[in-house]
Design a binder for this molecule. Sequence first.
Ligand SMILES: [Zn+2]
Length: 279
Amino acid sequence: MGKETATIIRVPISTPTLPPHTTTNCYLIGNDKESILVDAGYDLPETKIELEKAIKENGLAIPKFIIITHAHRDHAPGVRQLIDWNPVVYCHEYEKQAVEKAISPWNAISFLHDGDIMNIAGEEITFLHAPGHTAGQLNIYLPSQQILVAGDNIVAEGTSWIGPPDGDMTDYIRTLERLKQLKLKKIAPGHGDWVLNPYEQIEFVIKRRYFRENQIKELLDKHHKLTAAELTEMIYEKLPHPSVIEVAKRTTEAHLMKLVKEGTVKVEHSVYSLLNVNL
Ligand SMILES: [Zn+2]
């Protein structure tokens, strides 16, 4: 008994990272005749066990393609566990080198571009180049179901991290503004449960980023010249766990780079100051 339309199944794969990211979502899209997998989780045997269990329970065909939203170690290297499927792996070309490294020695890789369409199990799937978290982040949109598979652009557990060298705050905000224009019933996030209030969630993330940006501008207005490390200390009065200080600093840098690009802030010898004091 074959289903005519594609179903989309969220499969949270256990990850050995520190909380709050306790699982990474992989998504199976298809029916009993054909299917694809979006993201492959960690390079651990559990990845294959959990995915094959979900494939069986939902009566899906073994995926012929694996779409990688980005090369990070909790999203791409699980491909190595799935090579019996003989999959063709797709990613955006900006993510090419990182994905090649993440899934090596498997090398059946092909590329997708913004606006590409794939027909799987009667479902027209649209691919979006959605940079921000990484330069080659790929998002997937299912128009007939109004579902967006957002990779780490939107997460429902923790916060998606945007910072150099992989991330770019200017791109990220632009991507979120673009995603907000889609017709959405729900978002399939990179981590955590389905997001059932897509517009509120995207708006919440945009607002939070602008809140931080304004805070940086106010601190520069008050103190005139600050380094990224000094700003980070002022932003996080009670500094988080030492393991995340570097991450916090790079997030501050990502905001500063955006402000420098926009001509609001200048940087000399790693010291930042406001160019225009009208906040
Ligand atoms: Zn990531």
